[in-house]
Ligand binder design. Structure first.
Ligand SMILES: Nc1ncnc2c1ncn2[C@@H]1O[C@H](COP(=O)(O)OP(=O)(O)OP(=O)(O)O)[C@@H](O)[C@H]1O
Ligand SMILES: [Mg+2]
Length: 331
């Protein structure tokens, strides 16, 4: 007999995925109530996509158990698939088809009858009705993303998984998509699990967040709860070689000194109090850059891991590049 977690959209216990020597998802506990927007926030390689693959049945669990929409992902994969939608980080659209033809194809794949009213509703919601007969090859990146989400919603799932839904989009399009995702959750009543390594995105969209690093949840909670855990400000400081750790540690109000490449990361009681002291203890000529990080999800991650989430995420152009490659391959 399975334990009943049907009130939760997603429930997982000891969720684990091992690839050879690497534990990509490391004994994770998860509970996502129905109706919310849950965010997995973490740097490249943290295990976000792998968690989605485990929960959507795309890859087998190495250990643990999981239920999605009230069904066990291992024992009842078909019931799970009927109730979930999935928006991949990669492109899934057929460029040579129009928007409505892509929806038709999706309906065929899902064996949906009477899909048209739903398709038209979705096209209206995503403001694509005027372009429904145009080939997707003529669509902007934002329009493609909207159509991808529409495809995932066609069979009326109760849970939708979105892997990096706004990666590679410009800030304006990203914000437009945020509103649409919030709408999908509110107006369609669908539980959303999304992954991101954009802090503001997780903060703006999610009512619950799990911060993930090296396959482990290092913190979970509402964005405000997570932020309230970190007291004080962080000061980031780039200096010349003249500045040493001992000099920084001697400054009152600095409780911790870490280095990150050429940057010092100082935990302080209050940046306002510490900054003037800092500039008397350290010769201002030795300071190249100062940045104050107020309590934010970034400082939560910094606090827990000593690193920044967004650091070195050279992925911004990947999405467009990917589309370009696919388009070229099809020509
Ligand atoms: N099929 C696979 N075989 C071997 N290792 C894999 C496989 N898929 C993922 N991994 C590894 O598992 C780890 C987690 O990968 P995953 O794609 O889940 O990260 P992610 O958090 O989605 O990262 P990103 O932000 O870059 O998308 C990485 O170290 C990755 O190399
Ligand atoms: Mg990923």
């Amino acid at each position: 007999m399975l334990a009943d977690h049907s009130a939760d959209a997603i429930w997982a216990h000891d969720l684990t995925k091992v690839y050879g020597k690497l534990t990509a998802v490391d004994h994770v506990e998860m509970e996502v109530p129905s109706g919310g927007v849950f965010g997995l926030l973490g740097p490249n390689g943290a295990g976000k996509t792998t968690i989605i693959k485990l929960l959507t049945g795309l890859t087998d669990l190495s250990a643990g158990e999981a239920q999605v929409a009230g069904y066990d992902v291992r024992r009842q994969p078909m019931q799970v698939k009927q109730r979930i939608g999935w928006v991949a980080a990669e492109v899934i659209l057929d460029d040579d088809f129009s928007a409505i033809e892509n929806l038709w194809l999706q309906a065929k794949l899902q064996r949906l009858t009477d899909w048209r009213p739903r398709a038209e509703q979705l096209l209206r919601y995503f403001d694509l009705t005027a372009r429904e007969k145009d080939k997707v090859s003529t669509f902007s990146t934002g329009m493609r993303k909207k159509l991808e989400i529409a495809l995932a919603l066609l069979h009326q799932p109760s849970v939708i998984f979105m892997d990096e839904p706004t990666i590679g989009l410009d800030p304006g399009t990203r914000r437009m998509l945020w509103e649409l995702i919030t709408g999908v959750n509110k107006e369609f009543g669908i539980t959303v699990l999304l992954t991101s390594h954009y802090i503001e995105e997780a903060d703006a969209l999610c009512n619950q967040i799990a911060i993930i690093d090296h396959g482990k949840f290092v913190a979970t909670g509402a964005p405000s709860e997570l932020k309230s855990k970190v007291r004080g400000d962080f000061i980031e400081l780039d200096t010349t070689e003249q500045v040493t750790e001992a000099m920084l540690r001697a400054i009152p109000g600095i409780s911790e000194v870490r280095t990150q490449g050429k940057t010092w990361v100082l935990r302080t009681s209050s940046a306002e109090e510490v900054l003037p002291r800092l500039l008397t203890h350290v010769d201002p000529r030795d300071v190249r850059r100062i940045n104050v990080e107020r309590p934010s999800l970034e400082t939560v991650f910094l606090d827990l891991t000593g690193r920044k989430i967004d650091e070195d995420s050279g992925d911004v152009h990947d999405y467009r590049k990917f589309y370009a490659t696919v388009r070229r391959a099809r020509q």
